[in-house]
Design a protein around this ligand. Sequence first.
Ligand code: ZN
Length: 399
Amino acid sequence: MYINGVYCQDYAVVFDTQIIEVGDVEIIKANYPDCFVEDLGAGSLLFPGFVNTHVHLEFSSNQTTLQYGSFVGWLESVLIAREEIIQGSTLEVIKGAMNAMLSSGVCAFGAISSYARELEALATTKQKVVFFNELIGSNPQSIDALYADFVRRIEESSCYPHITPAIAIHAPYSVHPVAIVKALRLAKEKNLLVSSHFMESRAEKEWLGGSYGEFKPFFEKYLGVSSSLCSKEEFLSLFRATPTHFTHATQIDEEDINTLKSYHHTIAHCPRSNRLLGSAPMPLAKIIEKEIAFSTATDGLSSNYSLNILDELRSALMIHSDIQLSTLADKLIESITKSANAILGLNGGVIEKGRDAHFVLLRLSNLPSQSALLSLWSILHNERASRVYVDGEVVFNKV
Ligand SMILES: [Zn+2]
């Protein structure tokens, strides 16, 4: 059993919808003589439910529509095909995407939503959802209408017991600073979590750094704008009093890392999305060295080929060759359990008394020869979960 970064052998957990007690199986049996104790078998590993902090479900129908390989090329293809992809992302398609996450052990996720069209599908899931209503809009003439729609969606997403409303600022290059300030004030008033894409591509870095690079012709063509709304520093300063979950951060430098650390921000690391959209890998070794909390997340099917969180960890293992292998594997498991849970402010993430009873069962068919590599082997040898519990109930069983 994986407890707070340590693998404890021959442990048992007593639970209903929440965890009642955890400990050595013989002590648990003595303390609960009337309880049925299920032996999960040799090679079984019980983890807390996994958490995927960043996914765009409204774009789940994409497979071969959007252009991969360059961020600006991809963004252009999104502008062209957005309506087609959203129309194709039907209730069934979105349910399929959620089930794919569930079968990889994801018991809770952060859904980044542009239009709140996925709410109907989310209402049906047992998974816990933090629903990030996204604000986008840089044109002062249309920002009031966009802001009003954003506030309406926050209210709409507040009506479900398993869905926590939250706020997403799309990106530094796409939201007017005045609207950001307004949204952050609202977040403070309503105590809502905040997330934002940040420093995803070289194009974004150059545009914010001096209104040059690949974004210049893009902005001139689509928005008639020839300079950036704000610099990277001005953008970050808006979030000084709001610890925020920044997604991607592939282009951050030492100074940015220090700023993120001093404002208590966190990072969502989406390695496959970054690779597919032509970005360099995020400087994960630095993030770990500076002890900045990070999650590993899938992003949406608009920039990925699966929402399987174990697939994401396998890719991260292969990308970050500058980090010692077993250390990286341990950090990655932590990034989808304890860290991701804390980032989303949920009550899972750790197997301990009082937490919600969300569990993921993984299996190794050969008995491990040592415990130091258990995270690595768990990631490498489990394409999907063997079983998943949400609120103490089995919600997925591998056939
Ligand atoms: Zn995203």
